[in-house]
Ligand binder design. Structure first.
Ligand code: NCD
Length: 317
């Protein structure tokens, strides 16, 4: 996949996943996002880097914040945005999607942002793209969610400027999580000290080396952690019979104030959203002083601006 993501001279051509991306490129994108950041209420930076360009959002799975975030990012760079909502047509096949890409290209679309429940779709579209068209994954099955990984690492870095002294704990349904699979390489790229994974054994990936340590006991995992990333149970990727009971899950794996007190003082609490209050996290924690969940959303726009601007520079100079 890395071959598709980069030009021959190593510049970002498409953004498909972080696991195969050079850590220095991940750091460069995060540094650029820092320049695009604006806290809520501040006047956000705008420019015309994408003026006259069209960004098409091709979402074949539900999304609220990611799609809105890409749209806002594109508009802040002066692009026009086309939203194509294909999630309702579950019969969309690879070929059909390639046809959609060709149609969009014929209308001079410049960037295609794609979210799909099937692994391999973003890369398949990138392989088909014309030389001046870029593909960005906005979430690929359980495999990859690169802009989420970037915004997660960016958020960690803002709170932990010396990440090598930090321990990040990712909790919950890691097996089906594209968020975890992108957060890990992004956190590695910024030099995080330790990555822990915790969750029920049936929701942890077996034989896949993601973190440094795996815990089956939440209380134990929290000790010494100072970045806690809670994940939603990915019901849409599970058989109904495999779904844990929500109340039981919360008893064992829900992040409550009492549990948070076991972590390092001042630990930050993260969640990619959508948050299921009372399932993986208590409302008091999600809305509490240690939560950076809304900052993650804010940082997401800056990260996506950095990605879109970088890609356009590669193909248009
Ligand atoms: C995540 C996703 O869709 O992968 N959400 C997001 O992008 N904000 C995580 C999730 O759905 O649980």
């Amino acid at each position: 996949m890395s071959a598709l993501q980069l030009t021959a001279d190593g510049r970002l051509r498409h953004l498909l996943d972080l696991a195969t991306l050079d850590p220095s490129l991940i750091r460069t994108l995060i540094a650029r996002a820092e320049r695009y950041r604006a806290a809520p209420g501040e006047d956000p930076p705008r420019n015309t880097k994408l003026a006259g360009r069209i960004v098409a959002n091709l979402f074949c799975e539900p999304s609220t914040r990611t799609r809105a975030s890409f749209e806002i990012a594109a508009r802040r760079l002066g692009a026009d945005v086309l939203n194509l909502d294909l999630e309702t047509s579950s019969l969309v096949k690879g070929e059909t999607l390639a046809d959609t890409l060709h149609t969009l290209q014929a209308m001079n679309v410049d960037i295609v942002v794609v979210r799909h429940a099937q692994a391999g779709v973003p890369a398949a579209l990138a392989a088909e793209a014309l030389p001046h068209v870029c593909v960005v994954s906005a979430g690929e099955a359980h495999v990859s969610h690169p802009t989420q990984g970037l915004l997660d690492a960016f958020t960690v870095l803002r709170h932990r400027p010396r990440p090598e002294t930090s321990c990040a704990l990712i909790v919950g349904d890691i097996l089906h999580s594209r968020v975890a699979r992108s957060a890990v390489p992004a956190l590695r790229a910024i030099g995080i000290g330790e990555i822990r994974l915790a969750g029920p054994p049936e929701l942890l990936p077996a034989g896949e080396r993601l973190g440094d340590r795996v815990f089956h006991d939440f209380e134990h995992a929290l000790q010494g952690a100072d970045v806690i990333m809670m994940l939603r149970i990915q019901k849409e990727r599970m058989a109904a019979s495999a779904l844990p009971d929500a109340a039981d899950y919360f008893r064992r794996w829900g992040l409550t104030a009492e549990r948070l007190a076991l972590a390092r003082p001042g630990a930050i609490v993260m969640h990619p959203g959508p948050v299921n209050r009372g399932v993986e996290i208590d409302s008091a924690v999600a809305d509490g002083p240690q939560s950076v969940i809304r900052e993650q959303v804010n940082n997401g726009v800056a990260v996506r601006m950095a990605v879109l601007a970088t890609l356009m520079e590669t193909v248009r100079g």
